[in-house]
Design a protein around this ligand. Structure first.
Ligand SMILES: C[S@@+](CC[C@H](N)C(=O)[O-])C[C@H]1O[C@@H](n2cnc3c(N)ncnc32)[C@H](O)[C@@H]1O
Length: 252
């Protein structure tokens, strides 16, 4: 980064909320929908009443609501929620600002969804434990939690330390990602050049931590889930040491 430029740090998913769909959201949603439709057939998922935890810009929530589901969608970022609420016509989804570690849906649901690396954003094992307990508490007995996690392979491969300068949605941006092997944490620094038109760059830092798969499965059991399958999100087959994203399907 050029040390002479003035910078202003902002929370993750604040400035980036406006460009999220174009850069990540639409692409991720297509994969998510394809997987969901296959999982529905394989597990006979009941998607009539859903919590979408860490819903981001709400694409999954709106899709489910469009199919007739009752959807309680929540996220920590007010900026992501604003994008979601702005796109959601007719109030079919109830959006709320909630931490996925402490969900409080109005009633228990048949499915809990938490997509596109949101779980990797939790930095401590204790946070994962809390989130899994919160997921379990949100579900009716026999309901399913479906969530994904990036593997260390994926986060390591993405962290090449080379800055990437590009333009998107009329914004000049620089992305820089790096991987800390010891801590299992990847850090993506997003710089919005002249972010507010006053010459200052806006900087957001996004961190993702990789967790041991076996440990997550054990924690799911400790949280009360009766059975968990772990699939490769690319194709829903067996997990290998080159799996980039894991899909957890856990029965409450
Ligand atoms: C990569 S985005 C995924 C958004 C959406 N699920 C999707 O599939 O496009 C990660 C989201 O997790 C949210 N997030 C991170 N930590 C959170 C927490 N503790 N509770 C709720 N949301 C959180 C962020 O605000 C962001 O919207």
């Amino acid at each position: 980064m050029n040390g002479e430029r003035r910078t202003h740090s902002q929370a993750a998913y604040s400035a980036s909320a406006a460009v999220y769909n174009a850069l990540v959201g639409y692409y991720a949603f297509d994969h998510w929908r394809e997987n969901l439709e296959r999982l529905e057939r394989r597990y006979h998922l009941d998607t009539s009443c859903v919590v979408d935890a860490a819903c981001g810009t709400g694409l999954a929530a709106m899709y489910l609501a469009g199919r007739g589901a009752e959807v309680f969608a929540s996220d920590l970022s007010p900026h992501m929620l604003k994008e979601a609420a702005g796109a959601c016509k007719g109030g079919r989804v109830r959006f709320q600002r909630q931490d996925m570690r402490y969900l409080y849906p109005p009633r228990r649901v048949t499915m809990l969804n938490c997509a596109t690396d949101a779980m990797n954003h939790l930095m401590r094992e204790a946070d994962i434990r809390r989130a899994l307990s919160s997921f379990h508490a949100a579900l009716i007995p026999g309901g399913y939690a479906v969530f994904d996690m990036n593997t260390s392979w994926q986060l390591r491969e993405g962290g090449d330390n080379a800055p990437w300068d590009f333009q998107a949605c009329g914004r000049r941006m620089r992305w820089l990602s790096c991987w800390d092997e010891g801590r299992g944490i990847s850090t993506l620094t997003l710089v919005f050049r002249d972010g507010r038109g006053d010459g200052e760059d806006i900087v957001e830092t996004h961190r993702e931590r990789a967790y041991d798969t076996g440990w997550v499965v054990e924690e799911l059991a400790r949280s009360g889930f009766s059975h968990t399958d772990v699939l490769d999100a690319a194709g829903l087959g067996k997990v290998s040491d080159r799996t980039r994203r894991l899909l957890f399907v856990a029965r409450a």
